[in-house]
Write a protein that binds this ligand. Structure first.
Ligand SMILES: C[S@@+](CC[C@H](N)C(=O)[O-])C[C@H]1O[C@@H](n2cnc3c(N)ncnc32)[C@H](O)[C@@H]1O
Length: 236
């Protein structure tokens, strides 16, 4: 098995990420031209983690997205499906708690986390509405969700150029630098078929999240969605 397909079977996804784990962070830098560092900074800001808060970084992979929360003094749990990605993370940051978990069936109690966050993970989940409901369950009332994901460029005229970049430029870079180039064909296909910003916001709302807002970065190449779990549920 080299790559997952758009059925996004959990075992295929896990095995695909196991295979790219060692060179995963290097590939991120190469493909985004360094833009990903800025995207990550905005995501960290939206999470507003502070010392003592309990944060779930789900689909944490090698832990790159979890590090800023740990460094801010938060109690971060870095959870992921892929044991290969987790192994790289544990080696790099033995101080962070890494846990094997599927976002659609989390091994956590209700109302456990001040914030839940997911960077480049949700697109890989076939039943992503279920993931949004499960993340809602483990978030404390008043807590927040922040999701960073590839999205739809806002300028229509730019979309064909972007599609060309995704489908034609990424695979050669992957062939040169990745341990599993075929997996980057999946990356391209999954980006092109992912819901738009508004459609995703609608799924957040259907899962119970409120006050949902999104912010486009680099013209909508990625978007950060943020929402809140209501602090007190009324009886009406
Ligand atoms: C592109 S990586 C992102 C890693 C990290 N968040 C980052 O920002 O670099 C996507 C991760 O999602 C994980 N993943 C995919 N489906 C998942 C699921 N159902 N539950 C938990 N993690 C999942 C994969 O194993 C992979 O490590």
């Amino acid at each position: 098995m080299n790559r997952a397909d758009l059925n996004k079977k959990t075992s295929d996804i896990a095995s695909m990420f196991d295979q790219v784990a060692e060179r995963y962070d290097l590939m991120n830098g190469l493909m985004s031209g360094g833009q990903h560092l800025r995207w990550r900074r905005h995501t960290v800001k939206a999470v507003e983690a502070s010392a003592g808060q309990r944060i779930l970084d789900i689909a944490a992979g090698t832990g790159t997205s979890s590090v800023p929360f740990a460094d801010a003094g938060a109690d971060v749990v870095a959870a992921d499906l892929s044991e290969g990605m987790l192994a790289v993370g544990r080696r790099r940051r033995p101080d962070i708690t890494f846990v094997q978990a599927d976002v659609t069936n989390l091994p956590f109690e209700d109302n456990e986390f001040d914030a839940v966050t997911m960077s480049y993970g949700l697109r890989n989940v076939a039943d992503y509405p279920k993931a949004l409901r499960e993340l809602y369950r483990v978030t404390k009332p008043g807590g927040r969700i922040v999701v960073l994901e590839f999205s739809t460029p806002t300028i229509k005229a730019f979309r064909p150029l972007y599609k060309n970049y995704i489908l034609k430029a990424i695979p050669p870079v992957a062939r040169a630098a990745s341990s599993n180039p075929e997996s980057y064909e999946y990356l391209a296909e999954s980006i092109m078929t992912w819901p738009s910003q508004d459609q995703l916001a609608q799924s957040f709302s259907e899962a119970g999240w409120q006050d949902i807002q999104y912010r486009n970065l680099t013209g909508g190449i990625v978007a950060i969605h943020r929402g809140f779990k209501p602090s007190a549920l009324s009886n009406y």
